[in-house]
Write a new protein. Structure first.
Length: 365
């Protein structure tokens, strides 16, 4: 591969978490070596996604990180949505140097919202310094369902949509599962759908890239083995729009594969079904991939896993990253987080890694 063809990614600050621009120089250090900077916040805190509907009484976790080389003590308090009842809304915290913990909060009573966004206000006092922030927490879960893969959204009435906006364009992500398949439906607001050319197959084209992994998976560094299943849904020009699904990487493969700008000439994922439909200002991607090909994922009600998704819109917004609205820490932008492939138009910003909390549930009701 010629050096000139390599994408030169750099780490940029999340607007919600201002920190030194110089952190871009640290993007290629392993997380254990790269210092984590959070502006004037002494520690980093985020509420993890709800992985089952709130009305089922789940436990929600706060992720807390101490970036310093010294221990810290404090207290964290959460203001939950109106009408929710929890066992305790505050907890003491003790973090060793550079330690990360998950702090559980047991929910005794909660209600589901039609709009999938639950307002949390989190206040922390650490070593005598207090800070607070608001976070909209989503329910990230795949209910049980058997959609017909035809690009028709009506089969997805029992899914839990997650909507996000980048550069004024809306994206909605939905997931379902059954014993045989994991299904994804993505609604993309864009000016036009750019399918893959039959002739110039490496020219930039639209696509959806998504990944699943076990809850214990790590992104990894150079020389390690991959721990995720990563797929690419590619629209093809024809009568209407058809599509193909490729597997870019799977557990056990060398992680260096992620930076190789793969040529999409491998066979399609066996038994996967794809539909891509475009209409005025909207593109619908629908795909079902067989769970039999993902032996590391145990699909049962209540089980958690990791999931994330990128939308490639090269003639519009560029790469849209579901992780960008999850309040993830800056160190979660790593060069090996996603596989590169020929026909993609990557920006200068590294996407967040593909480890967003997700779950399997039986129903939205």
């Amino acid at each position: 591969m010629k050096a000139a063809t390599r994408t030169r990614w750099k780490l940029v600050a999340d607007r919600r978490l201002p920190f030194m621009a110089a952190v871009g120089l640290l993007s290629f250090l392993p997380p254990c070596l790269a210092p984590v900077l959070y502006g004037d916040q002494p520690i980093f805190i985020r509420a993890e996604n709800l992985t089952v509907p709130p009305s089922t009484g789940p436990v929600i976790h706060l992720e807390v990180q101490n970036p310093k080389q010294t221990p810290c003590d404090g207290k964290v308090r959460v203001k939950f949505p109106d009408g929710w009842r929890v066992q305790s809304a505050s907890q003491a915290i003790h973090l060793a140097a550079r330690e990360t913990k998950r702090i559980p909060f047991a929910i005794e009573k909660a209600t589901d919202l039609k709009k999938n966004g639950y307002p949390f206000e989190i206040t922390a006092t650490v070593d005598g310094k207090e800070f607070s922030f608001k976070q909209s927490v989503v329910c990230a879960s795949a209910p049980h369902g058997k959609p017909k893969v035809d690009g028709d959204i009506r089969d997805w009435a029992d899914s839990i949509p997650i909507a996000f906006v980048q550069q004024g364009r809306k994206t909605v992500v939905r997931t379902l599962w059954n014993r045989k398949y994991f299904s994804v439906f993505v609604e993309v607001e864009e000016d036009q759908l750019v399918p893959r050319s039959k002739v110039q197959q490496e020219d930039p084209f639209d696509a959806v890239q998504f990944a699943l992994s076990p809850r214990i998976a790590r992104t990894g560094t150079a020389g390690k083995k991959a721990e995720r299943y990563e797929f690419l849904v590619v629209p093809l020009k024809g009568f209407g729009y058809r599509g193909k699904c490729f597997k870019l990487i799977e557990p056990g493969l060398d992680l260096s594969r992620a930076e190789q700008h793969q040529k999409l000439d491998a066979p399609e994922v066996e038994d996967a079904t794809v539909a891509v439909k475009g209409k005025k200002g909207l593109t619908y991607y629908e795909v079902s991939v067989p769970l039999s090909g993902m032996t590391k994922i145990r699909a049962t009600e209540g089980r958690e896993f990791f999931f994330s998704l990128l939308v490639h819109d090269p003639d519009g917004t560029g790469v849209r990253d579901l992780g960008s609205v999850m309040r993830l820490p800056p160190v979660r932008r790593t060069p090996l987080s996603w596989c590169r492939w020929k026909g993609a138009k990557w920006g200068k910003t590294i996407p967040f890694d593909s480890r967003i909390e997700w779950g399997f549930c039986s129903s939205i009701h």
